[in-house]
Design a protein. Structure first.
Length: 480
């Protein structure tokens, strides 16, 4: 008996297809939207991602802080695109792109497989940037993947467990000190949520320690938090954080991170008006990095192959239609693209690195490919900015809402902004089950302050060489 669909030939990615082939690298917001648009066209589509799941990154910090289980914000790519796959022209491959050869229209995967393309959409996103100090990564994990979220969750919960075991009060203090570096949306959301965990979730679950005595410290090198928001909302966010019990250190520039804590510099002004740099040390065993973002390494591979220019963050500087200069069959979208919006052709504006921008770029790249296949001219990208949101904690958030095609801008904060943030994030989650699970978990957390995703595997099985889980440090930190 023949297996199901045995009569349907499977595409060979190493051979030229009968119809134009579009390869999409990355199934984040941009790649997913591109695949959906192209699935209705007369093309063969191959979607390649290094993982088997699509991730709703705006809520990743909720997984890191045990507020949501991973399946609530992530779904298998094959399941999400099942209807598109059923059309018969879309193939999903799990693999990592190692190099791009624009001369032969070919990409090379891990394992050596070659995948030919007629059109290529790169949507591989971004990663962490430690500003040249990659050695800090093992002490201060960032938050971009589910693996990062699990690592941060384990380290946060382990810190409270280690504090319970530590009898020496001086040695216990660093375990109960949590530092977040970077006061953008991710850093602010992490700081507010960790403060809620310490103040409410864990307050009656330990005998030797009082979780409410934990210090949650947000360090930012700039003079205010959430620097992309209006100044009065930034100030409001700082006040809300402090109201939750978090400490905010502005103008604090990190100079070193190690297993014992963070070294940072601040500027102090003397009585006679002379400014001087003061070096300080914060003892802590748990650090979260939310300060820097760099484009996917594929940007460098593309630059090597095509000669395209990259910006300081490693993003590809694209043409108005999102294509690579000199290579109209290669498009770059999402966090990998340094793109501008031509809503006003005479005054193009920079597209921010947010999920709505990635979605709109993915759709535009796909539609431009369809236009080119129809012998039509590709159109310039026009970004519709709907505003920005950031939540500080339960019943606290700030929002800037732009009404499209008007000059109306609404700015608000507090409980109403938090409700709006909650509605928007539930609405944009993929899948009815995800929306339902998140709504139920948030409702439960709202009324009980409990977080039931507070489990993690054996840390030694995950990180056999972990450096952060030690009751007795081998040596005191160097004095500054």
């Amino acid at each position: 008996m023949n297996p199901p669909n045995a009569a349907t030939p499977r595409p060979d990615a190493t051979k030229a297809p009968a119809v134009p082939r579009v390869v999409i690298v990355g199934c984040g917001f941009g790649g997913l939207e591109a695949a959906r648009v192209l699935s209705k066209a007369a093309v063969e589509i191959i979607v390649i991602d290094r993982t088997n799941h699509h991730l709703f990154q705006p809520l990743l910090y909720q997984v890191a802080t045990a507020g949501l289980p991973a399946p609530a914000i992530a779904g298998p790519i094959r399941h999400i695109l099942r209807k598109e796959i059923a059309h018969g022209n879309l193939t999903v491959l799990m693999g990592e792109v190692m190099s791009i050869d624009s001369a032969t229209n070919c990409i090379v995967l891990d394992g050596g497989e070659h995948v030919l393309y007629d059109h290529l959409i790169l949507a591989s996103g971004a990663t962490h940037s430690y500003f040249g100090r990659d050695d800090w990564a093992k002490y201060a994990p960032g938050l971009k993947t589910l693996g990062d979220a699990f690592t941060i969750r384990r380290r946060v919960l382990t810190a409270f467990e280690q504090a319970e075991r530590e009898m020496d009060l001086d040695k216990r203090e660093p375990w109960l000190t949590f530092a977040i570096v970077g006061a953008g949306p991710t850093g602010v959301e992490m700081a507010g949520t960790l403060a809620e965990i310490a103040q409410h979730t864990l307050r009656s679950e330990f005998r030797r320690i009082d979780s409410r005595r934990a210090r949650i410290i947000l360090l930012e090198g700039a003079p205010r938090v959430l620097g992309t928001f209006p100044e009065h909302l930034s100030q409001r966010a700082k006040e809300q954080l402090q109201g939750l019990g978090a400490e905010v250190l502005l103008g604090a520039k990190v100079t070193d991170i190690n297993a014992f804590g963070i070294h940072y510099d601040t500027t102090d002004t003397t009585a006679d008006g002379v400014s001087k740099t003061v070096s300080q040390f914060l003892p802590t065993r748990t650090v979260v990095w939310a300060a820097g973002v760099a484009a996917s390494p594929l940007g460098r591979s593309l630059a090597k192959s095509t000669g395209c220019a990259l910006d300081r963050a490693g993003r590809v500087i694209v043409e108005p239609d999102l294509s690579v200069p000199g290579h109209p069959n290669i498009y770059v979208v999402g966090d990998l693209a340094s793109a501008k919006s031509y809503l006003d052709p005479k005054n193009p504006t920079v597209v921010p690195g947010v999920s709505p921008g990635a979605k709109q770029m993915g759709r535009k790249a796909a539609r431009n490919i369809i236009r080119v296949l129809r012998a039509q001219e590709a159109k310039a990208f026009r970004y519709l900015d709907y505003g920005a949101l950031a939540t500080i904690g339960k019943r606290a958030a700030i929002a800037v809402v732009d009404v499209p095609f008007t000059k109306i801008k609404v700015q608000f904060s507090g409980f109403s902004a938090w409700l709006f943030w909650l509605f928007v994030h539930i609405y944009f989650l993929i899948g009815f089950r995800n929306r339902t699970v998140v709504f139920m978990d948030w409702a439960w957390a709202y009324f009980t302050s409990q977080r039931h995703a507070r489990v993690f595997p054996d840390p030694h099985a995950l990180e056999p060489n972990a450096v952060v889980v030690h009751i007795d440090p081998p040596a005191p930190p160097p004095k500054v």
